[in-house]
Design a protein around this ligand. Structure first.
Ligand SMILES: C[S@@+](CC[C@H](N)C(=O)[O-])C[C@H]1O[C@@H](n2cnc3c(N)ncnc32)[C@H](O)[C@@H]1O
Length: 215
């Protein structure tokens, strides 16, 4: 079992402003541990986490990839989360390029078709639409109708950003209608699988994986 990254620089007060690693984060870590062999074979040259929050997931993936030449990018809409990710990268001796932005704004067209590994633990909680799009901690969970508003805005970017061999992982809950998301992505030319599921309180969490359909 790989150790959880060192987040000791983040204090209780920081988590008033930045999403604190929770069940969904830890399910993501478990899923990436399941995927170690795939990730090592993939040998990503560029990775991207959208919504990196504390930076816990990227630090974990960084440990898996070890001394590789992978260029690691993260984005977050919340400036305090971007700073937290920066601190976590430093604390865990990783080099990560963190961009404070909405989804992947500013990365296209430069990284079009370049990303081998991409992952997103999105805001997936069902909330009124007006709550979506804040730049503070509420951005971590407010997902709007069906918890899908941010997810649906992001889906078209997967095809544009992933390289031919690339893989994309995402956390969703039952209420987000995972089968419908998989169908949308199938129509975009992606195969999907469920890497892990877990019940967390009333939520059923899924880690979905998408790769391009073999020609
Ligand atoms: C559920 S939290 C996940 C944080 C971290 N990746 C983890 O797994 O613990 C979702 C993160 O996405 C960020 N986020 C929400 N909407 C975003 C958007 N439109 N663009 C970029 N980041 C966004 C939030 O600020 C938050 O840090």
């Amino acid at each position: 079992m790989l150790p959880t990254p060192d987040l000791s620089h983040l204090k209780r007060k920081d988590y008033e402003f930045v999403y604190e690693p929770a069940e969904d984060t830890f399910l993501f870590l478990d899923a990436f541990e399941d995927e170690v062999n795939f990730l090592k074979e993939l040998q990503p040259t560029i990775s991207l986490e959208i919504g990196s929050g504390s930076g816990c997931v990227t630090a974990f993936v960084g440990k898996i990839l070890g001394e590789s030449n992978c260029l690691k990018y993260c984005t977050d809409i919340n400036p305090k989360a971007a700073r937290a990710t920066q601190g976590t990268a430093k604390q865990n001796q990783l080099s990560v390029d963190i961009i404070e932005t909405h989804l992947v704004s500013g990365l296209l067209p430069r990284l079009e078709g370049q990303i081998d590994l991409m992952y997103f633990n999105p805001p997936y909680v069902l909330t009124p639409s007006e709550e979506v799009g804040s730049h503070s901690v509420e951005a971590a969970w407010a997902g709007g109708i069906d918890g899908r508003e941010v997810i649906d805005e992001f889906l078209p970017y997967i095809k544009r950003l992933l390289s031919a061999k690339g893989a994309f992982y995402m956390v969703v809950v039952n209420e987000n209608k995972p089968d419908e998301i998989r169908e949308i992505m199938k129509n975009e030319g992606f195969d999907s699988s469920v890497v892990r599921t877990r019940l967390a309180g009333r939520e059923k969490l899924f880690i979905l994986k998408f790769v391009r359909t073999a020609p």
